[in-house]
Ligand binder design. Structure first.
Ligand SMILES: C[S@@+](CC[C@H](N)C(=O)[O-])C[C@H]1O[C@@H](n2cnc3c(N)ncnc32)[C@H](O)[C@@H]1O
Length: 185
């Protein structure tokens, strides 16, 4: 079965090229960070945000040989403070994988308020044609409220963006949802 996180990578793959600047807004175990780093290569840049030391340490170990990766121990809601000024309108992809890190403290989860702050900032950094992917987890306690908040937020975006949603619809419990936002102008 194709998972929402894999679908996000498949959608981003044709958009990414060596030299691109991208953001992993929820580094976690670093799977997306490494994947992005491989796509943008040594001439690109990956800015990764997370609030958990364990996540950042694990990802730092995975990215030792990938100097294009910059890990930032800050919440993604502070994204604009920690990105270089020349990143504005230069970012080709932003990945959000919301929720908590599997196998760790479920209380250290993303929260609707900070997620929406981060999304607002991330969209301002996208170049025209750039994509933001957001995977939400409406089947988890807490995840449902966050998924509803994100859906409501993206539904209200101006026509400078297009929004596409994708989720398995015949699952017994609400399945993870993938939201793809493209900046069109
Ligand atoms: C589902 S995990 C991400 C999985 C990751 N993409 C991977 O490939 O392993 C969600 C991550 O979001 C992080 N997180 C929670 N609140 C955050 C915030 N305000 N800013 C950035 N990351 C946050 C958690 O610490 C957790 O590592």
């Amino acid at each position: 079965m194709l998972r929402a996180t894999e679908l996000a990578q498949r959608i981003l793959q044709p958009q990414l090229a060596p030299g691109d600047w991208v953001i992993d807004a929820t580094v976690g175990n670093g799977h997306d960070t490494v994947w992005l780093a491989q796509r943008v290569g040594a001439t690109g840049r990956v800015f990764g945000f997370d609030v958990q030391d364990a996540a950042l340490e694990a990802t730092a170990a995975l990215t030792l040989e990938l100097p294009q990766v910059t890990l930032i121990r800050r919440g993604h809601e502070q994204l604009a403070e920690y990105l270089p000024a020349d990143a504005k309108h230069k970012i080709t992809a932003v990945m959000f994988n919301l929720g908590y890190l599997p196998g760790t403290n479920k209380h250290l989860t993303t929260q609707p308020t900070t997620t929406l702050l981060a999304l607002t900032q991330a969209l301002e950094y996208l170049c025209v044609g750039g994509l933001t992917t957001v995977v939400t987890y409406p089947g988890h306690a807490g995840g449902k409220d966050e998924a509803t908040a994100v859906q409501s937020y993206v539904n209200g975006l101006t026509s400078a963006y297009t929004v596409t949603c994708c989720a398995r619809t015949n699952a017994a419990t609400p399945a993870p949802e993938l939201i793809v936002i493209e900046r069109v102008r």
